[in-house]
Design a protein around this ligand. Structure first.
Ligand code: MF3
Ligand code: CO
Ligand code: CO
Length: 264
């Protein structure tokens, strides 16, 4: 299947969806404090999406082939959880780090973004992991331009993460996104410059590196969704939805609360 090239109408709708996804993260930010449960975070986000935004939470009942339906509206991945954490009874405590991953559907189009949050003050190591992961995402984003290659993105991310003595998760990647949640191409967060698909203006995909403080190996919990580090080390992830343009890129998942881009 060829990669979707979005027209102006698609792009307009993807900007709306992207902004709405980012606004869910803005909305939930003040609630991320010690003693809140991840299911309370899910409920607050679900109600905001359904009642305030009129968006559909894409994760709810999402069931790719071979998977049981995802039971909640958002993903909350705490500490050694890499991604796809299912909100539940877990109580956030001082020093935890948590990724909140939001995907909304508006007018048939998906917006997908995630950020890391500190619950109270993080350890120096946890803060550094979250910062290096953020920088890695941005170094990947900055490769995006018509005529560049997917491998340029992967290389930039892997090089920064591994230079910081962290590891890149291999089993999950960024993805084409639009009317389909997880579409082609797969956007690997490791690789070699100049390899893979050549980017064209109008492509839209996510960049969402998962970076481990320890080794890259993963394990899936018995809930069949939550992905954790095999060595129990901390893991971080950030995600944006990106449009390829002739001169570079446009980040679609932006709102008032979006953290400043990393520019070195
Ligand atoms: N939002 C995730 C991503 O970035 C996917 C979550 S799928 C779910 O691709 F089923 F776990 F919610
Ligand atoms: Co995604
Ligand atoms: Co996501």
């Amino acid at each position: 299947m060829p990669i979707t090239i979005n027209n102006q109408e698609d792009i307009k709708k993807m900007k709306v969806a992207g902004k709405l996804a980012s606004e869910v993260l803005d909305f939930i930010t003040p609630y991320i404090k010690p003693n809140i449960t991840t299911e309370k975070i899910d409920k607050l986000c679900h109600d905001f999406m359904a009642k305030e935004q009129g968006t559909i939470p894409a994760p709810l009942n999402y069931a790719p082939p071979g998977h049981t339906p995802f039971p909640k509206s958002i993903c909350t991945s705490v500490n050694n959880q890499i991604c796809h954490g299912i909100p539940g009874k877990k109580i956030l405590k001082k020093g935890d780090i948590v990724n909140i991953d939001i995907t909304v559907i508006k007018d048939g189009y998906h917006g997908d973004t995630s950020r890391m949050f500190f619950v109270g003050e993080p350890s120096i190591q946890a803060r550094r992991l979250c910062e290096v992961t953020y920088q890695s995402m941005w170094l990947g984003i900055r490769q995006v331009k018509a005529g560049a290659y997917l491998g340029d993105i992967g290389y930039a991310i892997q090089n920064h993460a591994e230079s910081s003595s962290y590891s890149v998760v291999r089993e999950f990647c960024g993805h084409g996104i639009g009317k389909v949640f997880h579409d082609e191409p797969q956007v690997l967060h490791y690789g070699a410059s100049g390899e893979g698909l050549e980017l064209e203006a109008g492509m839209i995909f996510t960049i969402e590196p998962m970076i481990n403080a320890g080794k890259k190996e993963i394990k899936v919990l018995p809930d069949k969704w939550t992905v954790v580090t095999k060595d129990r080390s901390l893991s971080a992830q950030w995600e944006h939805t990106i449009l390829v343009t002739d001169s570079g890129y446009e980040v679609l998942t932006v709102s008032d609360g979006t953290p400043e881009p990393f520019l070195d």
